[in-house]
Design a protein around this ligand. Sequence first.
Ligand code: GAR
Length: 192
Amino acid sequence: KVRVAVLISGTGSNMRKLIERAEQTDSNCEVVLVVSNKPDALGLEIARSFNTATRVNPHTSDRISGDLKLVKILQDFGVELICLAGYMRILSGEFVKHFPSRIINIHPSLLPAFKGAHALQDALEFGVKVVGCTSHFVDELIDHGPIIYQKSIEVEESDNIETIRAKIQKAEHILFPNSMIEVAKRILNKEI
Ligand code: GAR
């Protein structure tokens, strides 16, 4: 099985879905570690409730040294695939170089539109009629890299930011676990 780490900064609802999917009997991967850059991230509690190992790698003034500590933690756990599930810190090119085609991200927009930390708010302010979510491989640019899956959602007259956010999250909770399984399959088949 492919050894997976999930990186979080907050609630961890996507992380929970990844762990649950990996625990299904037909799964080709195993979530061996959850790392948060925030010590008080709610997701850490959830991970512990699944008996998944957790680590905190707090913000350091020097991004590279913080990222190299993270590399070491991931290597110690023999991690082969890294899932960014609401990890709200930009990873340095130095970090990405250590894990080519081994980092995937979930983002709440139809990339390449609306990158960044406020994607949904920006999309709604722009007045878009279709929103969505994207899973993609991570390269050294922000919210950038080859797309794995995408799902679009129409904005209805009766929607507000919270109802739309809930619809996007529901879609993410299917799309991201499916992406993890798909990428694990490619790793096991030595396609990447
Ligand atoms: C998710 O909606 C994810 O798409 C978003 O953060 C949320 C985390 O929720 N990520 C980004 O905006 C990355 N740019 P969760 O902690 O409940 O999984």
